[in-house]
Design a binder for this molecule. Structure first.
Ligand SMILES: NC(=O)c1ccc[n+]([C@@H]2O[C@H](COP(=O)([O-])OP(=O)(O)OC[C@H]3O[C@@H](n4cnc5c(N)ncnc54)[C@H](O)[C@@H]3O)[C@@H](O)[C@H]2O)c1
Length: 643
């Protein structure tokens, strides 16, 4: 006799710990949710902890004969069907309010200004998660045996900060803990670094006027005491601290929401993420969004989408070479609502107005409403194309970027630049339209061909040179691990690159102040080389050669030391990127320098007839040329990388 397969419900009831079974994470919804919606919650983890009809849940599970469904078992143990049903409903209610799947078990830290609600939100969150709650100010006051204002007055701020740091390092060793951090705690660089590596951090952002309402009359706030204009004091202090607070992985715009509402939002993220995931917020006020970086995010897609509160129906557009990822995304989303999927051919040719028209028709055919959500699964081509379709269909609908190439994860998926190509030039028709979420699943990178993967690293080197010497050094010291696609190394460089791109985009979303132009380092020469070689080079390869030419130019202009060029060449080579044309394509005929210079003059970033370059001054500092760079220097730079 063949054994009857157990139901999803039964399987999940029998297990208490998290682990991978049959390719699924415990606690996930089954492919076809049971119609009896009440029982759905029983699949949740840690459900052993509640009791039913006075019997601890664990005991019920232990006593339940293998294969017996819970309602039948309850009926047998407790008598009538009615009682069993009543208790099952009660259990559901309790599960709903108490028992959760908490996937992030490392400490959850709340950042924010005094009065931002860290304590009340923290308590509500800790209760929902079943975690411990610690308010660092409260613990320190207890330790000193006096209020904080008195510690400041009698022992000094330095003593307070020392106690804070000691307490923090102790707390960060623990698990299942919600920490309300003191308002100044993340402003100490060592504290911030420790929080960023060992905790998942949420900044509770509250506007100054609301903070003022809450703090206008309070006492025991030493940093506000003695200032005649308290509003002004709050605004100034907040402005000083924001740059630290915004380094939390999540920025939660709180406004006048209740602590429970805010805790609910954070709870959803905690449930959707894992300890190893990283996140960055692209801070654009109401249009802010998260870039998530982690392993196996696609297999948690429905929880992530729920946490972001994105609405069905869902339409998934994928590159045909990653159809399997597209199908995973569609299947996961179908657990939340209607989901459709379509694929487009691989390659730049798909970034066309014809392909956009065909996607508009498809969306109309599946009756995609204004409030649905579009998903782009693929590299930069699909991301740009689907972003453009999302920007234009019904005058703009929400979309999510699910980048599957390194270039897309570190660059194209972030920042809202969407476009299609015309035969005259690339990206000629497009729009700024920010995604609602970027989900960078590192597992997708396993199948990217070596040449494309390495080409994507050029953009990462670019971020190191223009903004982050530490990232630059990391690339130099870990080239081997990176080339082997070690997940930790990948997460490090992708999250850091995403964070740099996010900060630049937040400061100059539409390339109006000129700051976003620094991202163009290596691209003025690179684009010309791509075009002159008829796109036989990958974009990243052209950018690597372009960065070499532009570092050379910066040195010849006296903007930087020769060391920058040499160090950059060393890193590019360690990552197996080309620094000269002949290293990548021996068969490509050497383009004529006059042609290259002419193409450069058509560059979109030119100002009148002046071609502008983003050039390094030192590692981590870049400036834009606003004067005509002499032609002979440009020609020398071409010679330097062509021969
Ligand atoms: N919007 C922006 O800010 C921005 C920035 C930089 C580049 N871009 C655009 O991005 C595009 C280039 O992006 P790209 O390099 O990702 O190219 P791509 O999208 O063409 O992908 C490269 C190749 O890899 C394949 N592929 C994708 N994911 C894969 C995976 N996981 N495994 C195996 N194969 C996979 C694709 O089918 C394709 O053949 C260009 O059109 C460029 O203009 C846009």
């Amino acid at each position: 006799m063949t054994k009857k397969p157990s139901t999803n419900l039964e399987r999940d009831m029998g297990q208490g710990t998290r682990g991978k079974r049959q390719g699924k994470w415990e606690g996930e919804a089954p492919a076809e949710p049971k119609k009896t919606g009440n029982w759905r919650l029983l699949r949740r983890k840690r459900n052993d902890e509640c009791s039913v009809g006075g019997l601890p849940r664990r005991m019920l599970n232990d006593r339940r004969p293998q294969g017996a469904t819970l309602p039948i078992f309850l009926h047998k143990v407790l008598g009538s069907n009615q009682t069993a049903t009543k208790i099952a409903c009660e259990m559901d209610r309790r599960l709903q309010s108490q028992v959760v799947i908490a996937m992030v078990t490392k400490p959850i830290a709340l950042f924010g200004f005094m009065g931002s609600g860290k304590t009340s939100v923290g308590k509500a969150l800790a209760q929902k998660l079943g975690y411990e709650f610690v308010d660092t100010d409260e613990v320190i006051a207890q330790k000193f045996g006096k209020p904080i204002s008195q510690i400041f007055a009698e022992d000094g701020e330095a003593a307070f900060r020392r106690a804070e740091s000691e307490l923090l390092s102790e707390l960060l060793q623990r698990q299942r803990l919600v920490i309300a951090t003191g308002g100044g705690m993340p402003t100490v660089p060592e504290n911030l670094a420790a929080l960023r590596t060992k905790a998942l951090n949420f900044y509770l952002r509250v506007p100054t006027e609301i903070l003022y309402e809450r703090l206008a009359a309070v006492k025991d706030r030493p940093l506000l005491e003695g200032f005649a204009d308290r509003y002004w004091r709050i605004a100034t202090l907040l402005a000083q601290r924001e740059r630290f607070y915004t380094q939390a992985q999540f920025i939660v715009n709180c406004g006048r929401q209740t602590p429970e509402q805010i805790a609910e939002k954070i709870f959803a993220w905690v449930r959707a993420l894992d300890n190893d995931d990283d996140a960055v917020t692209v801070d654009l006020g109401e249009r802010s969004y998260q870039v998530l970086v982690g392993n196996d995010l696609l297999s948690r897609m429905e929880r992530i989408v729920e946490a972001r509160n994105l609405q069905p129906p869902f339409a998934v557009v994928c590159d045909e070479s990653v159809k399997n990822f597209g199908e995973t995304v569609r299947e996961r989303l179908s657990r939340l609502g209607k989901s459709e999927q379509v694929s487009v051919p691989s390659g730049e040719a798909s970034k066309s107005i014809e392909q956009a028209i065909s996607l508009w028709h498809w969306l109309a055919e599946i009756a995609m409403p204004r409030n649905g959500t579009l998903f782009a699964v693929g590299g930069g081509v699909v991301g740009d194309l689907v972003g453009f379709v999302a920007a234009t269909y019904m005058r703009g609908i929400a979309y999510v970027q699910v980048p599957t190439t390194l270039l897309a994860m570190v660059d194209s998926a972030i920042g809202g630049k969407t476009a299609v190509d015309l035969h005259h030039a690339k990206n000629l028709v497009g729009a700024f339209h920010q995604p609602s979420l970027v989900i960078s699943d590192l597992s997708c990178l396993k199948t990217v061909p070596d040449r494309a993967f390495i080409a994507g690293l050029a953009e990462v080197v670019k971020y190191g040179v223009i903004a982050d010497p530490a990232l630059f050094r990391y690339l130099r010291d870990n080239a081997d691990l990176i080339l082997r696609r070690h997940p930790v190394a990948l997460r490090t460089i992708i999250a850091r690159s995403a964070s740099i791109k996010a900060s630049v985009v937040a400061l100059d979303e539409r390339e109006q102040t000129g700051l976003r132009m620094i991202l163009n380092y290596g691209h003025t020469f690179g684009h010309a080389l791509e075009a002159a070689t008829n796109f036989q080079l990958l974009h990243g390869e052209a950018v690597a050669i372009g960065m070499t030419a532009e570092a050379y130019l910066a040195w010849r202009l006296g903007w930087c030391d020769r060391e920058i060029l040499d160090e950059q060449t060393e890193v590019l080579r360690a990552l197996e990127l080309p620094t000269k044309l002949r290293e990548v394509a021996e068969t490509v005929p050497e383009p004529d320098i006059a042609l290259l210079t002419e193409i450069m003059l058509r560059d979109k970033k030119r100002k009148g007839s002046i071609v502008r370059f983003a050039l390094p001054k030192r590692l981590g500092e870049t400036a834009i040329t606003d004067f005509p760079v002499p032609d002979d220097l440009i020609a020398d730079a071409w010679v330097f990388v062509l021969r």
